[in-house]
Ligand binder design. Structure first.
Ligand SMILES: [Zn+2]
Length: 475
């Protein structure tokens, strides 16, 4: 490790790059501008799919996509083990939103290292992922549970934000090699409003004031790499389509949260970030692998109508339904279908019937070229993101993706979310990536991990998804 170098990763959960840019240009973020944007800058950036809190933290800390991490959503079913028994099998149906939250640490695929493993004195603040953070290295965990729980219902995130800020100022005094600090306020407050609501803008300004206190505490002294990132954007939701209720209306008994038990279900719906969900067919019958599109459409899954994919695509608020075929991924939209096939470092996009991802004609490109090519497309980084997700056996047979303005949960959402995330649309996938050194974009959030290790002079593990883009950081 390079002596005296420090890296700090500040996560402004749910910050939209356009809202951030608007405030910065208006002079409303003076501390961030002075300490980060003036010496460094920001780059166009994308997060992972599903674009949801917690799941989208892991790529920052491990350099790996959700599919690689084997954590494919905020809720999922392990179909290899779930046998349909409410009590005995409850551990095989996951939701990180309740008492199973801590399992995020254990669910990470064995062998994947996080920055908390690789930087010996790393500190985590207000982070739901805290694997191997020993005594004194995890801060504001209690405040996260107490105030985060209350704030979810009251929009009173200011107390929690300030507690994280104080912990950050305390932590920097010890000069640890790495600090990860989560500021949940922007995400939390935006859920109650529109991304441009005055209360949301005040939350960004409040964060800037905390950065001012952090600067006074010496946070920007010495040889440091400081990243300011978000895990996803958010957008206004005016339509709620509950896929589980729609399946029930089709006569398909469906397992869903919060009860997570249903007698003889033929489907399970697991919602992530509310604007995408994963559908598992015959969830109570253990099986080694997912049902692919051909099998479903041949009517070979007992109890499941062969036209299920077309029925799901036709639901209001649904943009895409995605499943696997024998050697690739099928993407169904209202206008038709396209196929993605990965081979080595390239992905082929074959809009067989329709250009459902809005990428133009059939093309085969390297993974990194797809990122640049799709940055301003309706679904940024879609070829790579839809391919990575199915690496996990815990991903559903079908993935349902909401269109702009819609989410996929209505029945039991308390309080109702007026804005949300979790989808593959640009407002959710485009995220914030700023640093105190010039960044060469576009970057993905998985690139932050190797960039930090590179800066600290630590070895980058083999097999991760992130890369250090050429001339990314001027050391
Ligand atoms: Zn988030």
């Amino acid at each position: 490790m390079t002596a005296d170098r420090r890296a700090v990763l500040l996560l402004l959960d749910g910050a939209r790059p356009d809202v951030f840019a608007h405030l910065a240009q208006a002079g409303d973020l003076p501390n961030i501008s002075r300490h980060l944007l003036e010496p460094g800058g920001w780059a166009p950036a994308t997060t992972v799919f599903p674009s949801t809190t917690g799941v989208a933290y892991l790529p920052l800390l491990t350099g790996c996509y959700p599919g690689t991490c084997d954590v494919p959503g905020i809720r999922w079913v392990d179909v290899t083990r779930y046998g349909g028994r409410w009590w005995r099998d409850r551990a095989h149906v996951r939701s990180y939103c309740g008492y199973q939250g801590g399992l995020l640490n254990a669910d990470l695929r064995p062998g994947i290292a996080s920055l908390f493993d690789l930087v010996p004195d790393a500190v985590g603040i207000c982070t739901p992922f805290n694997r191997r953070l020993g005594p004194g290295r995890e801060l504001a965990g209690g405040a996260r549970k107490l105030w985060g729980g209350l704030a979810h219902y009251t929009a009173g995130y200011g107390v929690l934000e300030r507690a994280v800020g104080r912990a950050l100022c305390r932590a920097v005094a010890g000069r640890p090699g790495f600090i990860f600090a989560v500021f949940p306020g922007v995400d939390g407050v935006t859920h109650f409003h529109d991304p441009w609501h005055p209360d949301v803008l005040d939350t960004y300004r409040g964060f800037d004031a905390i950065i001012g206190q952090y600067a006074q505490a010496g946070g920007f002294d010495g040889d440091h790499l400081t990243f300011l990132v978000s895990d996803h954007g958010l957008s206004r939701m005016d339509r709620h389509t509950d896929v589980a209720l729609e399946l029930e209306a089709m006569g398909l008994p469906t397992l869903r949260h919060p009860v997570v038990w249903r007698r003889d279900p033929v489907a399970a719906v697991m919602v992530s970030g509310n604007a995408s969900c994963q559908v598992y067919l015959r969830p109570g019958v253990t099986r080694p692998a997912r049902h692919d599109v051909a099998e479903i459409e041949a009517g070979a899954v007992p109890g499941i109508p062969g036209d299920l994919i077309d029925r799901l695509v036709a639901l209001p608020g649904v943009a895409l339904v995605v499943g696997t075929d024998h050697d690739g991924v099928t993407v169904a939209g209202r206008e038709g279908r396209a196929t993605l096939r990965g081979e080595g470092d390239t992905i082929a996009y074959l809009p067989d019937v329709a250009d459902v991802l809005g990428l133009g004609d059939a093309a085969t490109r390297a993974d990194r070229e797809w990122l640049a090519h799709t940055l301003d497309a309706p679904y940024p980084d879609a070829p790579t993101q839809l391919t990575q997700l199915f690496r996990s056996g815990r991903t559903g047979d079908l993935v349902v993706i909401a269109e702009p303005g819609a989410d996929l949960r209505s029945d039991w959402e308390v309080p109702e979310h007026r804005s949300g995330h979790g989808s593959l649309i640009a407002d959710h996938m485009r995220c914030l990536a700023a640093a105190n050194v010039p960044l060469q974009g576009p970057v993905r959030t998985v690139d932050v991990f190797p960039l930090i290790l590179d800066w600290l002079g630590l070895e980058i593990p083999a097999g991760i998804d992130g890369v250090v883009p050429a001339v990314a950081v001027r050391a």
